[in-house]
Design a protein around this ligand. Structure first.
Ligand SMILES: Cc1cc2nc3c(=O)[nH]c(=O)nc-3n(C[C@H](O)[C@H](O)[C@H](O)COP(=O)(O)O)c2cc1C
Length: 274
């Protein structure tokens, strides 16, 4: 079998598969009019599986089909748009967590979802570290503070611009504004050489940030830890990464201690129609 296998009895030659291909590697065979991937176009395929997913007749099988999942419903019928809008608007950064550890199965469930997030050229290069051990999260917060102390010493202007002196003082007084006593930290990284790594990782982490609350798990983007992970060798050592990897996002994770009862005000969307 080539890249695609088309059942000529089922195929109606509607060309939807051709229209859906992001890299235009499918064409209509001049004689049979059935969709084909010509040999010279095979290398273009990004294995996104859209051709098989979109075929209304189930006539096309991509060579990856053993992994293809059946989708049950049209997107617009799968979730109620009003509920989804409310769900998005209700997402909050959680800064107070219960001490209790999160059920690992819930996190695994979330990873199984976010692997479907879009990635440039469908490269799927995102990698994750779950810092499940709370003691290690605390060590990461302490190492982030050490890194901040170094920045303030070496470059007080930059340190002050980011508010590091206040964060260090708070930490020394027992107030952890870095990891906010979250039991876990989820880090997303890619190979450093991957050109769209930052975007792929932030998209998938955003999906994680949105999906986890549906399982009762709260999150907060850990911007300071992310910053420190870019520069601190001590931190890179703790999480086991070297210069071949680039960290793009980090999420504090745990069961929320409090519930939010109102949706806070936000600016109107700044949109220009042309
Ligand atoms: C890239 C990024 C980094 C962030 N870093 C932190 C952080 O280090 N600590 C923190 O408490 N909140 C952090 N946040 C959360 C923002 O402060 C929060 O999204 C914003 O105040 C709006 O609140 P909401 O998420 O509940 O709507 C970060 C958010 C983003 C997008």
């Amino acid at each position: 079998m080539g890249y695609i296998n088309v059942n000529s009895d089922k195929c109606t030659k509607c060309n939807t598969c051709i229209a859906s291909c992001p890299v235009a590697c499918i064409s209509s065979d001049s004689a049979s009019k059935l969709p084909v991937v010509k040999t010279e176009k095979e290398a273009l395929c990004v294995y996104c599986g859209h051709c098989e997913s979109i075929c209304p007749e189930g006539a096309l099988v991509h060579s990856l089909s053993q992994q293809a999942l059946q989708s049950a419903k049209e997107q617009s019928k799968l979730v109620n748009a009003a509920d989804l809008a409310l769900y998005f608007k209700q997402r909050r950064s959680i800064r107070n967590f219960k001490k209790e550890v999160v059920d690992k199965q819930l996190l695994e469930q979330a990873f199984d979802v976010v692997r479907f997030a879009p990635t440039g050229h469908n490269r799927q290069k995102n990698q994750w570290i779950v810092v499940y051990n709370t003691k290690v999260v605390e060590a990461i917060a302490a190492a982030t503070i050490d890194w901040m102390r170094g920045v303030v010493k070496a470059n007080p202007e930059i340190g002050t611009r980011y508010g590091f002196p206040g964060l260090v003082i708070a930490f020394d007084r027992g107030r952890n504004l870095i990891s906010r006593n979250a039991p876990h930290l989820i880090i997303c990284y890619t190979p450093a050489s991957h050109p769209v790594g930052p975007k792929d990782a932030v998209i998938a982490t955003t999906q994680m940030d949105l999906y986890l609350p549906s399982l009762g798990v709260g999150t907060c983007w850990a911007g300071f830890i992310y910053m420190a992970l870019q520069q601190s060798d001590e931190l890179k050592k703790i999480v086991g990464l070297d210069e071949n990897s680039a960290v793009h996002a980090a999420l504090l994770t745990g069961y929320p201690k409090y519930n939010y009862h109102k949706i806070p005000h936000r600016k109107a969307a700044d949109v220009r129609w042309i």
